[in-house]
Design a protein around this ligand. Structure first.
Ligand SMILES: NC(=O)c1ccc[n+]([C@@H]2O[C@H](COP(=O)([O-])OP(=O)(O)OC[C@H]3O[C@@H](n4cnc5c(N)ncnc54)[C@H](O)[C@@H]3O)[C@@H](O)[C@H]2O)c1
Length: 325
């Protein structure tokens, strides 16, 4: 039995790098996968439908279930279509993993309006667009009386959170936005049974990092490879499991180390030199001290307005959301 048996999971940018490793692990853990990837170059140009199709083939060759989707997350209707692809192929959608990115690294004085907009369109707006269409479906299900654990797993980066890098104004801004969006979405979507968390990988050997000195270091045969793009897949999988209770958390992952972020600060961590299995993470990560976003906001509002309390906060959020429908 796998930790993700029967879960239907849409992973964006799943044709290469970290997303591909997530797709392979999630499928091996029993999930049915929508492998989204238009197969673009690092800067977002071009496109190759074979990139998503190849991962689907790999999953099927190992006895798993997957379908391909080649829409762009930056395309509003494309994001709607990829959510629709999960419903059409598998009849439901439990988890969205927002992983897609492009990069165009330039100094601020050289960065064009287009370079800024295009990177933020994939990283930040793309995360919003896919979450939006999934949330519409999950809200409809909730109001139809269907109760299920749903989850969003976003992907940020040290570039934007703990390790700012020059030449990445666009990418870092998008990543910081993704972390902020994670907490707001957790507060809003909790009502519908949706947990929203974020991983922040670091130093994974993909085409984005090949130029970084030292990234070509390979371990001896049989040794754990802390730079392998698969190292963050178990933590993403853990956040996608039905048994995971976490919401509103941003977890930094590097090699075998998983640390809790508190805003722009690093909190407690767990470490395992040989990397993690999903079950081991379920045992260890939940014990780390974390701030529950509901408790935090209730306390802040309580201090400011004298009307704290988690139930009051949830009632206030429900009221605001209902006014809008
Ligand atoms: N590699 C690292 O060390 C590292 C560090 C920090 C954060 N990250 C984050 O991890 C995630 C994956 O990065 P990676 O290193 O695997 O990169 P990658 O380039 O190997 O993979 C990204 C994939 O996203 C796809 N993509 C690009 N634009 C898209 C769009 N509009 N719609 C859908 N898919 C699109 C690409 O075709 C590509 O296959 C990104 O969100 C990145 O910011 C990576």
């Amino acid at each position: 039995m796998g930790s993700l048996d029967g879960r239907v999971i849409l992973i964006t940018g799943a044709g290469r790098g970290i997303g591909r490793e997530e797709a392979l692990l999630f499928a091996a853990e029993g999930a049915k996968i929508v492998v989204n990837d238009p197969g673009v170059d690092i800067d977002g140009s071009g496109g190759d439908g074979g990139v998503a199709a190849t991962v689907v083939e790999e999953i099927r060759d190992h006895g798993g279930e997957a379908v391909a989707n080649t829409d762009s997350v930056a395309d509003w209707r494309g994001a709607e279509r990829m959510v629709g692809a999960a419903l059409e192929a598998f009849g439901d959608l439990h988890v969205v993993v927002n992983n897609a990115t492009i990069e165009r690294n330039r100094g601020i004085a050289d960065l064009s309006e287009e370079d800024f907009d295009d990177v933020v369109a994939v990283k930040l707006k793309g995360t919003f667009a896919v979450t939006h269409w999934a949330a519409r479906y999950w809200r409809e299900q909730y109001h139809a009386g269907v109760r299920a654990d749903r989850a969003v797993v976003n992907t940020s980066s040290g570039s934007g959170l703990l390790n700012p890098l020059p030449l990445q104004t666009n990418y870092a801004s998008g990543n910081a936005g993704v972390a902020a969006m994670t907490v707001v979405a957790a507060l809003e979507l909790g009502r519908y049974g949706v947990r929203v968390n974020c991983i922040s990988p670091s130093m994974a050997r993909t085409r984005l990092t090949l130029e970084v000195p030292g990234m070509d270091r390979k371990p001896e045969a049989g040794e754990f490879d802390p730079l392998h793009p698969a190292t963050s897949a178990p933590i993403a999988a853990y956040l996608a499991t039905e048994a995971c209770a976490l919401t509103g958390q941003v977890l930094s992952v590097r090699g075998g180390t998983v640390a809790v972020n508190h805003g722009w600060s690093r909190g407690a961590h767990v470490q395992r030199e040989g990397g993690w299995t999903v079950a081991e993470l379920a045992d260890e990560v939940g014990k780390l001290p974390m701030v529950d976003p509901f408790d935090h906001l209730a306390e802040v509002l309580g201090k400011a307005l004298g009307v704290g309390g988690r139930d009051q906060l949830q009632a206030m959020i429900n009221n605001l959301l209902d006014q809008d429908r």
